[in-house]
Design a protein around this ligand. Structure first.
Ligand code: PEP
Ligand code: MG
Length: 569
């Protein structure tokens, strides 16, 4: 039995599909050209089969534009200059097929990357992708591509990237377990919004579990059982039914208000990563959408930055489905652990402290302006609010807002329909922003506290690094002070303060946040009803002194003990 961190709650039983990158063999010494030519041709054929299979499996999920990427990959692998280039080198230089493929593709990648046109620059990623697939086949191991999965499985991997997670097909993937990762990594966040049971940080996973093993993935208690006995399987099926039954019973709260016993109203909203997640937000009766992480649209796109119309349609569909409920769409937050297949980011020593989110967008204004236009047009279709991520200074906020107003004015001149006004908020996730919250509140319409980042920046503890997980603690007094400062800063100027980081759904945190005066709690859809149940069981008048008491404590252990004592009363 292995233990891990439940990243996305749920229970799944099934066969393991292990995702393990093959070890590549590049030999630059003399090889038999005929054998190498045969190997190259065989691997090319297998690569073509892979790409065709992915295209078939993805055909009903992707737009024609997204599907075109696979055409591009097929063109590349069949491209005469590529094929002849590799074969000539094998014949003339007597190196092995791997080395010849690397040499030719390396040249092509360089040529694309140094072109002026961004469309062609982005093609370098396609060449890398196809080359890697080809090299894997040369190593006699198909690229362990999650997109090729076409039967019900539980994925087991060392780690999954957020974009791999985004491309999982829910029809086949029953759940996943990874050796690395924490609850607030974007892979975990993605799994929650897609409602795929997931366990992360499972020590020894790759050594213990083999491809094809039968496992029970319990992402409620954080357990993975390999090769369960008949009794264990039977016990789990009873337990899984009970768990599902309990969740079902929360559904009675779907239409109920998010209100404390003594009549204090808050909002409990949902976080989404894609328009497809809107259904479960509605099914769980959330009061609105407190965070739409728009970057997942950019990460799912494989061909390039999504254009204005594609984005407009995505935002519009969410706004229309949510009706008069508010939808907060966060502008592109890329960088850190979120990368784009089609854009080469400059290498940074500390990507989480680098040109991420609004910093990236202000340096790539065309990307930001396109998104703004899509949002402004979509504002005509519902109750939109826009949120700027990773703001550290009032100057950044002002510049972003200025660009917003410029785009708005242009669309107005062109008589494009739009909302009369749109609230613009700031994510408070950098300590500097929390400290100047009272100043930012004079200019922003609302705040949303991003504790996933705020904690990592306050504590200087990478949110994805389990070696410093002991520091990554929401109940640390330094973190709590930052939160209080933010709420007070917002309220001083009559602004609303929300929280959309994972802490907002933490059962221990909710009474304290309520007592501090937090106005909105935003979380994954699956947590909404549980949080509403808890809020409805609390007395606001009791949580205010609790929050005050907690603020006087000087260690996270004391804070947690104090909250637990309160909850036991
Ligand atoms: C956060 O930082 O708390 C947040 C909600 O944003 P993300 O997790 O996408 O960085
Ligand atoms: Mg963040």
């Amino acid at each position: 039995m292995l233990k891990g961190i439940p990243a996305s709650q749920g229970i799944a039983v099934g066969k393991v599909r292990k995702i393990e990158p093959p070890v590549l063999r590049i030999i630059r010494t003399t090889a038999d050209p005929d054998t190498e030519l045969q190997r190259f041709r065989k691997a090319s054929g297998e690569t073509v089969n892979d790409i065709e299979k992915i295209r078939r499996l993805a055909s009903d999920r992707l737009s024609p534009k997204e599907l075109a990427i696979f055409e591009m990959h097929l063109l590349l692998i069949r491209d005469a200059s590529f094929v002849n280039g590799v074969e000539d080198i094998i014949r003339n230089e007597h190196i092995n097929a791997e080395a010849a493929v690397q040499e030719v593709s390396g040249r092509m990648i360089h040529e694309f990357e140094t072109m002026d046109d961004t469309y062609f620059q982005e093609r370098a990623a396609d060449v890398k992708d196809v080359t890697f697939r080809l090299l894997c086949h040369l190593a006699d191991r198909a690229l362990p591509d999650v997109k090729l999965i076409d039967e019900p499985v539980i994925i087991v991997a060392k780690d999954l990237s957020p974009s791999d997670t985004g491309s999982l097909d829910r029809r086949f993937v029953l759940g996943f377990a990874t050796e690395l990762g924490g609850r607030t990594s974007h892979t975990a966040i993605m799994a929650r919004s897609m409602e795929i049971p997931a366990l992360v940080g499972v020590k020894d996973l790759m050594n213990t579990v083999q491809d094809g093993d039968q496992v029970i993935l319990d992402a409620v208690t954080g357990t993975l059982i390999a090769d369960p006995s008949a009794e264990q399987s039977a016990a789990y099926s009873v337990y899984a039914d009970a768990w599902r039954g309990e969740r079902e019973s929360l559904k009675v709260l779907k239409q109920e208000e998010s209100i404390t016993r003594d009549g204090h109203h808050v909002e409990i909203c949902g976080n989404i990563g894609s328009p497809d997640d809107t259904g479960s937000i509605i099914a769980n009766g959330a009061d609105g959408i407190g965070l739409f992480r728009s970057e997942f649209l950019y990460m799912r796109n494989e061909t390039g930055f999504p254009d204005e119309n594609t984005q407009y349609e995505a935002y519009r569909s969410v706004l229309e489905r949510m009706g008069d409920r508010r939808v907060v769409i966060r502008t592109l937050d890329i960088g850190g652990d979120k990368q784009l297949a089609y854009h080469s980011f400059e290498r940074e020593m500390n990507p989480f402290l680098g040109a991420r989110a609004m910093r990236f967008c202000l340096a790539h204004e065309d990307v930001l302006r396109t998104q703004f236009r899509a949002l402004i047009r979509a504002s005509a279709h519902g109750k939109l609010a826009v949120l700027f991520p990773m703001i550290a200074t009032t100057t950044e906020f002002r510049r972003a807002k200025e660009i917003w107003l410029e785009e708005r004015e242009k669309l107005k001149q062109a008589e494009i329909p739009m909302a009369d006004s749109t609230e613009i908020g700031v994510m408070i996730e950098i300590p500097a922003a929390a400290v100047i919250a009272d100043q930012l509140a004079q200019e922003a319409d609302f705040f949303s506290i991003g504790t996933n980042d705020l904690i990592q920046y306050v504590m200087a503890a990478d949110r994805t690094n389990d070696k410093v997980a002991y520091l990554y603690e929401p109940f640390n007094p330094a973190v709590l002070r930052m939160i209080r400062m933010t709420i007070e800063g917002a309220h001083k100027h009559g602004r609303r303060c929300a929280m959309c980081g994972e802490m907002a759904s933490d059962e221990l945190a909710i009474p304290v946040l309520l007592g501090m005066g937090l106005d909105e709690f935003s979380m994954s859809a699956g947590s909404v009803l549980q949080a509403r149940k808890q809020i409805r069981s609390l007395d606001y008048s009791e949580t205010v002194p609790l929050a005050r008491k907690v603020m006087e404590l000087s260690s996270q252990e004391e804070v947690i003990a104090c909250i637990k004592e309160y909850m036991l009363k």
